[in-house]
Design a binder for this molecule. Structure first.
Ligand code: CA
Length: 228
């Protein structure tokens, strides 16, 4: 979110700097009366935002605010280029930004199938240890409800396979006190299964509120529970 605000600021700053440069150019060929107030005017007709040489957006009116979505982690050089009604162009100085993944300390849960050890392929998983360091292990004490550890399924990596019948893990109340959270899930589901599948339930949300997918192939997630 700070990146979005930052981009908006960059655009406004670029427009401002560009307008000043353009006005200064106009004044060079003019003569002014030292006893009278000096009024300079000009009109910015276009502002374009660049990442390197790639245009991220063009604006022909204010407030020249850009939302840059789905930015991969990395370092980027941003500039704003303004054009005035005389066709003159000015470019802002470069602003470098870095986009990072959430810090490890913010993680509440990280279930990695390739972190599972001591289980042969095809055998049930009673405890899927949390790799985040927070100790929020996923557990299942009932043997019939334990998913299976299957090796070499996804790009050479193992997966944890749920049977779609009664396999389920229980998790601690890891979002207690949180007002929002993000989840990244790598999941392969069966297309149009005979019965709707669910990825998770939060709080007391019912089984019909989440499907991955439902019997018609649709993916639905409606969670209205207050996390507590
Ligand atoms: Ca089962």
């Amino acid at each position: 979110m700070s990146g979005r605000r930052l981009l908006g600021f960059i655009a406004a700053l670029g427009a401002l700097l560009a307008a000043r440069a353009v006005l200064a150019h106009h004044s060079f060929s003019a003569e002014f009366d030292a006893d009278k107030p000096l009024k300079m005017t000009g009109t910015v007709t276009k502002v374009e935002i660049f990442q390197g040489t790639t245009s991220l957006g063009v604006f022909t009116s204010g407030p020249y605010t850009l939302t840059w979505s789905n930015v991969p982690p990395g370092t980027y050089a941003l500039t704003a280029r303004a054009t005035d009604d005389y066709g003159l162009i000015a470019t802002s100085s470069v602003v470098n930004i870095t986009v990072s993944l959430p810090s490890a300390s913010a993680l509440k849960l990280w279930l990695k199938a390739d972190a599972i050890t001591g289980i042969s392929s095809g055998n049930p998983v009673a405890t899927w240890s949390d790799s985040s360091g927070a100790g929020n292990n996923a557990t299942q004490t009932t043997g019939a409800n334990q998913p299976l550890y299957i090796s070499n399924v996804l790009g050479g990596l193992p997966v944890v396979r749920f049977d779609g019948v009664n396999d389920v893990f229980n998790l601690p109340n890891l979002l207690n006190g949180a007002t929002q959270a993000e989840a990244y899930v790598v999941l392969k589901s069966q297309d149009a299964p005979a019965a709707s599948r669910g990825l998770w339930r939060m709080g007391g949300s019912g089984s019909g509120s989440v499907t991955y997918p439902a019997t018609d192939g649709t993916v639905l997630e409606v969670v209205v529970e207050t996390m507590s």
